[in-house]
Ligand binder design. Structure first.
Ligand SMILES: [Fe+2]
Length: 462
C-alpha cells in the first residue's frame, strides 16, 4: 500500500488518488508512450483533465480525514450559522425549484424546510463552518482562490434541475450518497454568468444537450470521500435515491473571473477611466444625425478618441495583467479570511444552564442531546418573534413516524431520550417503503420542536 506523506498537499493527494472514471492519471503523459520522467501528480491533472473533461477520484487519506471529521451535527451547525447570517441566508429548493418566500413557508428555518422535503444550499459555506474553511485554505495551496457551497438533499430528492455553471468545480461527497449525471455536449464553451443554462432566469438546457449522451456512460454514484471534478460549462444534475440524505461540498474555482477577456476588459476600463476625456459621452450634439446618416464630424470625433484608446490598450503589458490578477486573488482571499478567521468563536454552545425551550435552546442540540416533554409553563414562555418559525409542515413520507414520536414523548411517565434514540419511539412497518426518517430528520425535528416549545432540552444537572 502506498504511503502518504504526512504533510502532502491536499489537492495533490486528490490528484494522486485512484481515478475511478475519466482519464487514468498513471497512463504516461497522454502521448500514448510511457513517460520517462512523469511530472508531479497535480501537473498530470492539469495536463490531462483540467478544463478538458470530468473525472471521478476516490479520495486519499487527507481528504478522508476531513470527511470523517464532519458529521450530521456539523451539518446542523453549518445551516444554523448560515441561517443567522442575514447577509447570505441558506436557500431552499423543492423538486428543483426555489422556495419563493422562505419566511412565509418556514420562518426561514432550514430545519423546518428540510422536514418539508427541501434541499438546503449554503453559499460560501467556508464562511460558516471552520472545517470547510480549513478545507478551502488547504486547497488554496494549489488554486489561487477557492470558496465552498454546500448542498444538503433529503432522501429521494434533487436540489436543482440540470444546468451548467460558469466555474470549474470539485464536488466532494461528505455524507450519504448522490447520483450524478453529466452530459457530454457542452452548450457554451467556457461560459460566463449570463451564458449559464438551466438556472432561474436563464435559457433551459436544450434537447441537443439532453440527447447528446452522458459522460462515463451513465449515472455515477458518489460515496463519502469521492471527488468529482467538473469543468466549467458541462451540464449536470444530481439526485438522491436511497433512504439517506446526502451532504456534499462544491469547491468553486471561479475561472470565468480569471480569464484574459475579463482581466483585460477590467484593466482597459480602469485605464480609460483615468482620463477625463474617456468618461464624457461621445458627442451627440445638435445635427449629429441627419436623415439616418452618421454625421461626418461625429465619426471623425469618435475616430480621434478611438486612436487614443488604442494607445491606452497597447500600453498594457503582461506584467500589468499579472499584477491585476494577483491583486484580484488577494482581494478575494482577504475577504474570505476575514470571515474564516472568526469561525472558531462561533462553535455550538453546550446545553448548559440556559434556556430549555425556544430558538436559543434549539441551537444547542446535537444527536446526543437529551430531550423531555415540556411543561405548560415552558411552552407558553416561548415568544414567537417576527419572521421566526410558527409551525411545522413535514413531508408525507415522515409524517406518521414523527407524529408518533411527538405523541409518545408527550404521554405520561415516559423516559427522557437522546435525539438519536427518538427512533425507538416509533415502529417502522417493514412493509412501509415510504418511511424516510433518518438521524438527521430526527435532529431537524428536535430542533424545531424545542424552538416551538413542544419538547425541552434536558441539562446535565437536571
Ligand atoms: Fe452546478
Amino acid at each position: 500500500m502506498e504511503q502518504q506523506e504526512p504533510n502532502a498537499n491536499l489537492f495533490d493527494s486528490i490528484a494522486k488518488s485512484k481515478c475511478l472514471l475519466g482519464i487514468a492519471l498513471d497512463d504516461g503523459d497522454g502521448d500514448g508512450q510511457p513517460s520517462t520522467s512523469p511530472p508531479s501528480t497535480a501537473e498530470r491533472f492539469f495536463n490531462k483533465v483540467w478544463q478538458k473533461q470530468p473525472a471521478l477520484f476516490a479520495a486519499d487519506i487527507p481528504l478522508r480525514k476531513f470527511q470523517l471529521a464532519m458529521d450530521w451535527d456539523d451539518v446542523a451547525d453549518l445551516i444554523h450559522h448560515s441561517h443567522e447570517d442575514t447577509a447570505s441566508p441558506p436557500l431552499f429548493f423543492q423538486e428543483g425549484r426555489p422556495i419563493a418566500d422562505p419566511e412565509a413557508a418556514y420562518g426561514c428555518s432550514p430545519f423546518a424546510a428540510y422536514l418539508d422535503g427541501c434541499s438546503v444550499i449554503v453559499n460560501h459555506a467556508d464562511h460558516h463552518h471552520s472545517k470547510i474553511a480549513g478545507l478551502c485554505d488547504e486547497l488554496q495551496l494549489t488554486f489561487p482562490h477557492v470558496y465552498a457551497n454546500s448542498y444538503l438533499t433529503p432522501p429521494r430528492s434533487s436540489a436543482v434541475k440540470s444546468h451548467s455553471d460558469d466555474r470549474d468545480v470539485l464536488v466532494i461527497q461528505v455524507l450519504g450518497r448522490k447520483n450524478w449525471k453529466v452530459y457530454k455536449t457542452v452548450p457554451v464553451s467556457f461560459p460566463f454568468a449570463n451564458e449559464q443554462v438551466g438556472k432561474e432566469g436563464r435559457p433551459p438546457v436544450s434537447r441537443e444537450v439532453l440527447d447528446g449522451g452522458i459522460c462515463f456512460d451513465g449515472k455515477v454514484s458518489l460515496e463519502p470521500g469521492h471527488v468529482l471534478y467538473m469543468p466549467r460549462g458541462f451540464v449536470h444534475e444530481a439526485s438522491t435515491d436511497s433512504d439517506e440524505p446526502s451532504f456534499h461540498i462544491t469547491i468553486a474555482i471561479a475561472t470565468h473571473d480569471w480569464c484574459m477577456s475579463t482581466v483585460m476588459t477590467e484593466m482597459v476600463r480602469e485605464r480609460l477611466n483615468e482620463c477625463i476625456e474617456y468618461r464624457i459621452p461621445l458627442s451627440i450634439g445638435a445635427g449629429a444625425y441627419q436623415g439616418g446618416m452618421i454625421d461626418k464630424d461625429l465619426e471623425s470625433s469618435i475616430g480621434n478618441q478611438l486612436a487614443g484608446a488604442k494607445d491606452v490598450l497597447l500600453g498594457i503589458t503582461a506584467s500589468d495583467l499579472e499584477r491585476a490578477l494577483r491583486n484580484k486573488y488577494q482581494l478575494h482571499n482577504s475577504v474570505a479570511n476575514a470571515h474564516r478567521c472568526k469561525l472558531d468563536s462561533r462553535k455550538r454552545k453546550a446545553a448548559g444552564d440556559g434556556e430549555v425551550v425556544g430558538p436559543s435552546a434549539a441551537s444547542t442540540l446535537s444527536l446526543d442531546s437529551s430531550l423531555r416533554r415540556s411543561t405548560d409553563e415552558e411552552r407558553t414562555s416561548v415568544q414567537l418573534q417576527e419572521g421566526r418559525l410558527r409551525g411545522l409542515t413535514v413531508r408525507e413520507e415522515t409524517m406518521r413516524s414523527l407524529m408518533s414520536v411527538l405523541s409518545r414523548m408527550k404521554s405520561e411517565d415516559l423516559p427522557r431520550s437522546t435525539v438519536r434514540n427518538l427512533r425507538n419511539f416509533y415502529e417502522i412497518d417493514p412493509a412501509d417503503q415510504q418511511d424516510l426518517v433518518c438521524e438527521f430528520t430526527l435532529l431537524c425535528f428536535a430542533r424545531c420542536c424545542v424552538e416551538l416549545g413542544g419538547l425541552a432540552v434536558v441539562h446535565m444537572n437536571e
